[in-house]
Design a protein around this ligand. Structure first.
Ligand SMILES: Nc1ncnc2c1ncn2[C@@H]1O[C@H](COP(=O)(O)OP(=O)(O)OP(=O)(O)O)[C@@H](O)[C@H]1O
Ligand code: NI
Length: 310
């Protein structure tokens, strides 16, 4: 099947001097083409690690197991030569920081040409200009001749979006595209994504801390905590009525809400708590929560990893 990526029981751990860091723990889900799936959760919850694992972009100290099926192939175990054919062409990554992702020494034209390799120079140039126009560059010829330092932050974000979509991938993984941006620029990125979503049938995996963005654009939400999905379901439902105590706390902690942080800290990923990973911080914990890990319970049209919904 081409229209989804099916993630089954993925584990990612890192070997470190201190011990095994269990960053992603038996995580299962699927990403659909034509939909935006946003992955949210506190820092260190495993969002980026999961995203990078799908393209085999994790460092050498990582241990990855499980499956991520795309077109009947497991992305996680594919040979390097095979995943290279998929990376960028079928599944593209929009990296976080335009300043480190664009080469300061190369003109935009060169950087986009490197993305669309091929022999047919002329059609490729046309493709690049068309793609730039799609992102509201009114004078693509001039932008193509520019160096990154000659462009504003918003323009660079649009270049990165163009570089990702120009090869018409089926999926895009975007890791915190609004991180560290001021309000104006954030809104520009919202618009870029809105447009990518409207104009294409791409499936997006959007990794973000920006819940306003997620609420704006995502069809489906995944809430991660200590490398596990705590809750997943349609975005509107989760925002209007979060079920999991962690989702409630996380939404409440946002600057646009009460800004009340969840008491306590995320657990050590080397020594994960027994039972529910969230129990040490949970206001509703029962004895069972300390002893047994809750499965994902189906509640209405979502899944919740909490015994309150057993
Ligand atoms: N190479 C590595 N070696 C050891 N631990 C790592 C490595 N890479 C990531 N980790 C750990 O894995 C955990 C998950 O990291 P990840 O970057 O996925 O978090 P995140 O949810 O994306 O956080 P943020 O929102 O801050 O980007 C963290 O505890 C991190 O320290
Ligand atoms: Ni991250």
């Amino acid at each position: 099947m081409n229209n989804r990526i099916d993630v089954n029981h993925v584990h990612v751990a890192f070997q470190t001097k201190e011990g095994l860091v269990k960053a992603v723990n038996h995580l299962s889900m699927s990403f659909e083409k034509g939909k935006v799936t946003a992955m949210i959760g506190e820092t260190g919850s495993g969002k980026s690690v999961l995203g990078l694992s799908l393209l085999q972009l994790l460092p050498d100290n990582s241990l990855v197991s499980g499956e991520a099926f795309y077109e009947n192939q497991n992305l996680l175990t594919m040979k390097a030569s095979e995943i290279r054919k998929i990376r960028g062409r079928k599944i593209a990554l929009i990296p976080q920081n335009p300043d480190t992702s664009l080469n300061p020494l190369l003109k935009i034209k060169r950087q986009l040409l490197e993305v669309v390799t091929g022999n047919h120079r002329q059609p490729i140039k046309t493709a690049i200009f068309n793609e730039l126009k799609r992102y509201h560059f009114t004078d693509p010829e001039r932008v193509a001749e520019a160096y990154p330092f000659q462009l504003s932050g918003g323009m660079k974000q649009r270049i990165l979006a163009a570089a990702a979509t120009i090869r018409q991938p089926e999926f895009i993984i975007a890791d915190e595209p609004t991180k560290g941006l001021d309000v104006l620029l954030r809104h520009e990125v919202y618009q870029i994504f809105q447009q990518m979503k409207q104009d294409t049938h791409i499936g997006f995996l959007l990794i973000t801390h920006d819940l306003i963005f997620a609420n704006h654009i995502a069809d489906h939400l995944l809430v991660l905590y200590a490398g596990e999905i705590m809750e997943s379901g349609p975005t509107q439902d989760l925002f209007t009525e979060p079920s999991h105590p962690y989702t409630k706390g996380f939404i409440e902690a946002q600057p646009y809400k009460s800004l009340t942080p969840i008491p306590g800290m995320p657990p050590s990923l080397i020594h994960l708590p027994t039972g529910c990973a969230f129990h040490p911080r949970c206001p509703y914990k029962k004895t069972l929560c300390q002893q047994e890990k809750p499965p994902l319970f189906s509640v209405n049209n979502r899944k919740v990893r909490c015994f309150l919904y057993a």
